[in-house]
Design a protein around this ligand. Sequence first.
Ligand code: SAM
Length: 357
Amino acid sequence: MSIRTVKQTLARVLAAANPEVDDLAFLLGQEGPEESQLIFDAADRTRRQFMGDGILLRGIVEFASFCRNTCFYCGLHAGNSRISRYRMSSAEILESVGKIAARGVRTVVLQSGEDDGLDPEWLANVVSHVKERFDIAVTLSVGERPQQDYALWRDAGSDRYLLKIESSDKALYESLHAGRRLETRLRCLFDLTTLGYQVGCGIMVGLPGQSLRHIAGDLLFFAESRFDMIGVGPFIPHPETRLRGEQPGSVALTLRTVALTRIVTKNTHLPATTALGSMSRDYRREGLLAGANVLMPNFTPLQYKKLYEIYPGKRCVSEPTGACSFCMEGLAESIGRIIDYSRGDSQLTHTTVPARS
Ligand code: SAM
């Protein structure tokens, strides 16, 4: 396939409001370095045009590792008895948020497994205290919950919610999540949007059974839904899961997916994910050069960080808490960009998640 065909396809995708799935799958499949570079360069130009050169920071606190789910890829799945589980107290969470704020980072992501022991009132209280004490945006990421919980947390002051769809293909999604339905995930995304949250979504690349057409379908889903943030990371097999023997997702395909996500969504915030930084080496720099504009320093206290093992080899689990934010300054500088210490709110006028239930 000639470079000319790649350029023509790229031009069609860049110009289209609703790109063709065949064009997206074709570009995703371009493994040659010259072809890939064309895609990365187009994404980088789009990123500069719509988002500028600033790299936003979202400080993450993984506050509990209990989970009722049995996702076949995740080390925190309910059946994994080999990990020690923890729940941070509200005082510990507030202390961690204090460290984020003291570093000048103005977003905290409070993440946990889908914890049956999570009392919605307790989390609402934590959010209220965070908002009282710190000038910081709060993103919650605690999975699928009833609409009234989302409403309670929104009333308490939460600004954003992160719920990755993992795959927008019903059969693929349901093959990885026993007993769970894609429609429930979509219903949650719809509820969150209706409640006025800035909504983050995302997928994993390289899931067993996932084809280029599946990923192209995810890109179309992103293009039509207009999320405020989209995380794209490689699948990393965990030894205590059903998928232990599978190959990890390809870095090159992940980077092309990040780039095409930028191209089709234009002004969505895209992190260079921690998973991308946890491969044979740290590929977040390449992510930032392929359309990403966000980094997520980890502020989980050291004693808990290594217990939140969603996949093995997670970046910086032995670094002192918050050290990542310093190293991110160096990373930004190395590619002629700067860390932007603003809140980094949504650039969209609205998010429209299609209700597909
Ligand atoms: N429970 C919340 C939820 O369901 O959204 C948030 C926690 S969940 C552990 C956070 C993310 O970890 C998932 O959305 C998934 O994309 C990612 N993850 C889990 N296992 C992974 C793996 N083996 N490789 C790469 N990413 C993984």
